[in-house]
Structure formats: structure tokens, C-alpha cells
Ligand binder design. Structure first.
Ligand code: SF4
Length: 450
């Protein structure tokens, strides 16, 4: 799926200050140097956290110290407890109590009491509120590297975005450069750099490759990329909007065909295409791309992105698909039921985000209808609803289908745990909820699965 997240941090290289050297305004504290006493507040702690000492006192703690470095650590004492709250770049893998756009926040030590958790949540709330005020320069000097990720692997799949150009302008697009999963130089529509990234993925033992974007069919070099990856033994999927792939003869230029086509169809209604893709009159072309893929033996995965605008289509979408594809071979077609995520461009279009409570019934109906039609249906882990939204069809949730999802869940960024997650049966396979959703609708509708 398109919502893969960065797992790897950039290497951290930094110097210690010389003995006796003070950390002044321009000379920020560095790794492994502890500053005794709070008066030596750096330019990081105050813009990010404000008056943390006062907040700690309100919860019955004393803020005793902090340590800067790849992980910023704040030490507290009080109520018979000693613990630290840590803040680290979002690109560093591992679990966190709260994830914001740029950071993961958690605590260590203490007894996990409610005040300790509250202190951590307070720090996380401050981080979320202020993280954009942290300049790239300060971020780099304190946390090391940048928060732009390197190549990213999620499970056994590597996703490359060799271009960010697109021939649609979907308001629900969640692609953001910060989440792009390829090295910087691959953005320049550079086939050679993408070939190199494919080689590197192979060297790391990855066997499945998704070529995404932007719209990868805009790349002249796409057939070469596919052939190269197939030659290395990858199972290759091309993710597309179908506008070029649906033109007659498009696949003729491929010496070697991809194994799969992941085709996004956000609406089954012509009159909504302009709103949802910025292009009118393209539904037949998209459907033609799917039909042609199947005719050539390419497995087809149709990604239906549910939005508030198209929610009334959801329950009927499986019937639309089977009819549009003219009763396709069921073993070659899958249906992914995504829901718009408040990330990237979609985050600036909150009117698209449906309330999960409104999605639950039609989502359940769509899953049941798809199975009646013998379509394989998947509710995706990172771009769909959490399992607790549609617990009666939870076996179709990717979280429960994927053997290694527990390790994936620990690695993904951009989700928040809720009080409801404690004790939920899905907690090991579900990363939680996107903060953008909570900002809009709150957390009152979530109830953990028992
Ligand atoms: S309660 Fe939390 S862990 Fe459980 S399914 Fe919902 S969001 Fe996921």
C-alpha cells in the first residue's frame, strides 16, 4: 500500500564539546553530555516544551535534569518515583507511547503510574503543538541527521517513489515528501538512481517491490525498472491511477510485465471524478486499465479510497467492480477498501475525512458483499480503519492477515495509542489512530476489541 512509513534513521555523527566548554546559544548540547541543572535550557527544550518544570510541579514531580542527543531525555523525580520521558525522531524505529509528525515520545522507568503517563502525555502534547517551530538547523544539530528517511522497508516489501509527478490532483492524496521512501536523488525521475535503489533492496533480501509515486506510468523508464526488478527475482507491483495504463497498447512497451497492478478507483461515479481526482471523464479509462491488466495475466488489486464524498458508494462498490470488469476471474482480482488518511494533501482537506462511525456499517456491508461475489477483500493496516471500527469483519483486516504485522506495528510512525487500546485484542497488530483523525473527531467512538 501507499502509506508505508520510514523506519530507518540517518546515521548520526556529532562531536562533543571540549572539556570546560559551555553550551551557549549557538553551541547546543550534544550526545552523552549531561547538563546538571535546568538553567542551561537549550534552544531545543524551551521552544519545544515551554516551561516544563512548572508543568511537572503541577503533577507532583520535580524536573531534575535532561540529556540531549539522538534521544532527548528528561529526568523527573517525585511521588516516590524516578523516571525519564524521552523524545526521539519519528524516523527511529520502535514503539512510542505517542507519535507526532516529527517525533516519538515515551517514558522509561517509574512504575507506569497514571501521573507518569500523564507527564509523558503532557510532553507529547507540547511536542505536537510546537514541533514545527523547531528549525531544521536546530533539529539537525541536536538530534543528528535529518528527519528525512533513507530507503525504507516495511516487512518484505520495499516501496519506491521514483517520481512525485502526477497527472491527477486528488485531494485525498497522502503522499508527502517527508514520508517518501526513496533516497533524495531518486525524486528527480532518475532511472539510474532508481535501478540502484532496486539493487540495494535486493541486497537486503527483499523480495517484493512496489513502484509508486506520484504516477509511475509517467516515467519513460518504467518498463526498464520493471524488467530490471523482475530480472533480480522481485515480485513487482505498479501502483497507478490508470489514466495511461488504460490507453490502448500501453503495456506493449513492456518487455517484461509487472506481476501486479494496484489501481486506485476512488469513485464509481463519473460526476464525482472532477472533485476526487481533478480530471473528468476518466472512469472508462481506469476500468480499461484493469481489464487490460487481467487480459495480459497481471494480477489486479483495485484500491477503493473511501472519502466522505463517496461514502454512499462503498456498500455497492463490489458490485460495480465485478460489473465494470465484466465478471473477472476471481483468483486474479482483489479489492482493497482504504479510507482517506489525514496526511499530506488530504490533511489540508478535512471535508474528505469521514467519521469512522459512519464508515462502519457500509464497510461491513461491502466486505460481506465482496465475499458473496467471491472477491478477495482486504482492509489495509495503514490506510484503512482500525480493526475496532468494524470488529465483526476483523478477519479481513490486513493486521490480522499478515503474520509479521506485530513487528510492523512497532515500526510505523504517525499513529497514536488511545486509552481504548489498552487491553484491546488488536493492540499487537494495530498501530492505533492517526492524530489528524483525533483532532477532527476525538477518541470517543473507539472501544477496544475484547
Ligand atoms: S482500540 Fe486501539 S489497538 Fe484496538 S483496534 Fe482500535 S485503535 Fe487499534
Amino acid at each position: 500500500m501507499a502509506c508505508l512509513q520510514p523506519l530507518l534513521a540517518s546515521p548520526i555523527v556529532r562531536a562533543r564539546p571540549r572539556t570546560g566548554e559551555k553550551a551557549g546559544r549557538e553551541d547546543l548540547p550534544v550526545q552523552d553530555v549531561t547538563f546538571g541543572g535546568i538553567p542551561t535550557l537549550s534552544r531545543v527544550v524551551r521552544p519545544l516544551l515551554g516551561d516544563i518544570g512548572k508543568a511537572a510541579a503541577r503533577l507532583g514531580f520535580t524536573w531534575t535534569d535532561f540529556r540531549a542527543g539522538p534521544t532527548l531525555r528528561l529526568f523527573f523525580e517525585g511521588r516516590g518515583d524516578r523516571f525519564e520521558v524521552w523524545i526521539r525522531p519519528a524516523s527511529v524505529p520502535g514503539p512510542a507511547l505517542v507519535r507526532t509528525r516529527r517525533f516519538g515520545v515515551g517514558y522509561f522507568g517509574g512504575r507506569g503510574s497514571e501521573p507518569v503517563v500523564n507527564m509523558t502525555l503532557y510532553v507529547a502534547a507540547k511536542v505536537r503543538k510546537n514541533e514545527d517551530r523547531l528549525t531544521d538547523d536546530v533539529y539537525r544539530r541536536v538530534f543528528g541527521g535529518t528527519d528525512r528517511p533513507g530507503p525504507v522497508v516495511l516487512g518484505d516489501v520495499v516501496e519506491l517513489r521514483p517520481t512525485l509527478r502526477c497527472n491527477e490532483s486528488c485531494p485525498f492524496c497522502s503522499t508527502v515528501i517527508d514520508e517518501a521512501t526513496v533516497p533524495d536523488n531518486v525524486f528527480a525521475d532518475d532511472t539510474r538512481a532508481t535501478l540502484l535503489a532496486i539493487d540495494q533492496a535486493r541486497e537486503r533480501g527483499i523480495s517484493r517491490l512496489t513502484i509508486s509515486g506520484g504516477e509511475p506510468t509517467l516515467l519513460k523508464g518504467l518498463p526498464e525498472l520493471v524488467a530490471h526488478a523482475k530480472g533480480l527475482g522481485f515480485n513487482v507491483t505498479v501502483q497507478t491511477n490508470g489514466l495511461l495504463a488504460g490507453r490502448p497498447g500501453y503495456f506493449d512497451r513492456f518487455g517484461v510485465l509487472p506481476d501486479g497492478l494496484l489501481l486506485t478507483i476512488a469513485t464509481s461515479r463519473e460526476d464525482r471524478l472532477m472533485t476526487l481526482s481533478g480530471r473528468a471523464g476518466t472512469l472508462d479509462t481506469k476500468v480499461a486499465a484493469g481489464r487490460e491488466a487481467l487480459r495480459r495475466g497481471i494480477a489486479l488489486v483495485v484500491n477503493h479510497v473511501v472519502t466522505a464524498v463517496s461514502l454512499d458508494e462503498l456498500a455497492g462498490f463490489p458490485d460495480f467492480l465485478v460489473s465494470a470488469l465484466q465478471d473477472p476471474p476471481r483468483d486474479r482480482v482483489s479489492l482493497v477498501l482504504s479510507v482517506v488518511v489525514p496526511v499530506g494533501r488530504a490533511a489540508t482537506n478535512p471535508w474528505l475525512l469521514p467519521r469512522y462511525g459512519d464508515v462502519a456499517a457500509p464497510m461491513g456491508a461491502a466486505v460481506r458483499r465482496a465475499t458473496e461475489l467471491r472477491l478477495r477483500v482486504v482492509l489495509p493496516l495503514l490506510c484503512g480503519v482500525p480493526p475496532c471500527v468494524v470488529p465483526d469483519v476483523r478477519e479481513f483486516h490486513e493486521a490480522f492477515c499478515q503474520g509479521d504485522s506485530a513487528s510492523l506495528v512497532e515500526s510505523v510512525n504517525g499513529f497514536v495509542r488511545l486509552p481504548a487500546c489498552a487491553g484491546c485484542a488488536a493492540v499487537r497488530v494495530c498501530p492505533g489512530v492517526r492524530p489528524g483523525y483525533l483532532d477532527r473527531y476525538g477518541d470517543s467512538e473507539f472501544v477496544g476489541i475484547r
